[in-house]
Design a binder for this molecule. Structure first.
Ligand SMILES: [Zn+2]
Length: 327
């Protein structure tokens, strides 16, 4: 059982006392960051040549302020209750940075989520505090268009107040079509601010998600109407629309194929011509949905692709998107 959680809340939700998670991360933030600084300058791998950093573009904090009941049950089934208990130490950002280092990850994009009707809630404020002062951790905010009257103002506020470096949207969990007019002010703001925007596409195991909103084809409208907006097709149309995700990535200069949650040995089955979009494939793990990040990286390195392509997938492309310099 996770401290602070109850499994039989009448609303079917597991709520901590308000501000519980935020309090914990603020307490940790007062300490000197350990292992959270940038990779040592001049760090070299391989045969002494400068290499690109490894960037995990898709991690969630372990310490959601509330999980959907089904989400918590899924996670506990997947990890086992004892292991899930042990993993709670990664609510400390310094411990999490150490975990990244152990897995060979130089930087990680940490995602906020406001999906009360599906997977759960991890607020923008929590993610901002978790990443504050830690160069390895790159905070991405979220805007649930049903919860704010004006997405453009909200995004500007989040960036100015907390320094977010990108936006993650959850159409299947928040129940909106990605090309809905409601979203356009938000896209306009992201384009003006130069923020990459991640959108969940394809399937999800979480109850409350609605697959129809995850069709990548809706992003064609967005890419046409906002040609400078950098759009990441998260999970590459998982399970249903790999072909559409690939086609959109080929078709639009600023559409990227994000591969979190896809088993690396299957990548070339899902995307047989992956190397044709080599400059736009982005690695992510979806931790803690997947624990063995190092193993995932190893399996990508084992794919029958050119070494240069694998470097791009594991961090080169993401470094360009995020403005991170090569080591
Ligand atoms: Zn995820």
């Amino acid at each position: 059982m996770v401290p602070g959680m109850t499994l039989n809340c009448p609303q079917g939700w597991n709520r901590r006392s308000p501000g519980f998670a935020l309090h914990r991360v603020h307490a940790a933030a007062g300490r000197r960051p350990g292992g959270c600084g940038p990779p040592a300058p001049g760090t070299k791998r391989g045969k002494g040549r400068m290499t690109t950093p490894v960037i995990d573009f898709h991690v969630h904090p372990i310490d959601y302020e509330s999980y959907g009941q089904a989400t918590l049950e899924w996670i506990r089934d997947l990890q086992g209750e004892a292991n899930w208990e042990r993993m709670q130490k990664y609510a400390d950002p310094d411990a999490f940075c150490s975990l990244l280092a152990e897995n060979g990850v130089d930087y990680a994009v940490v995602l906020a989520e406001l999906s009360p009707a599906a997977s759960g809630t991890c607020s923008n404020e929590y993610v901002a505090a978790f990443c504050a002062g830690r160069e390895k951790l790159i905070p991405f905010c979220t805007v649930n268009p049903h919860l704010v009257p004006d997405g453009r103002t909200e995004l500007r506020r989040l960036v100015q107040t907390h320094g977010f470096r990108g936006l993650k949207l959850y159409p299947t969990y928040n129940h909106f079509y990605p090309n809905a007019p409601l979203l356009y002010p938000l896209y306009a703001a992201a384009e003006e601010l130069g923020l990459p925007v991640m959108l969940h596409t394809g399937s999800s195991v979480f109850r409350g998600s609605r697959l129809k909103y995850g069709d990548p084809l809706f992003l064609d409208d967005v890419a046409v109407d906002f040609p400078r907006l950098r759009i990441l097709l998260v999970h590459g149309g998982r399970g249903v629309w790999y072909d559409r995700a690939f086609l959109l990535t080929r078709l639009h200069e600023n559409v990227y194929l994000e591969i979190a949650g896809l088993p690396p040995p299957k990548l070339l089955t899902y995307f047989p011509e992956l190397d044709r979009v080599a400059d736009k494939v982005i690695f992510g793990s979806d931790w803690p949905g997947l624990l063995d990040v190092a193993g995932n990286i190893k399996r990508i390195r084992a794919l029958p692709l050119a070494e240069e392509v694998k470097e791009k997938i594991l961090g080169g492309n993401a470094a360009r998107l995020l403005g991170i310099e090569e080591k």
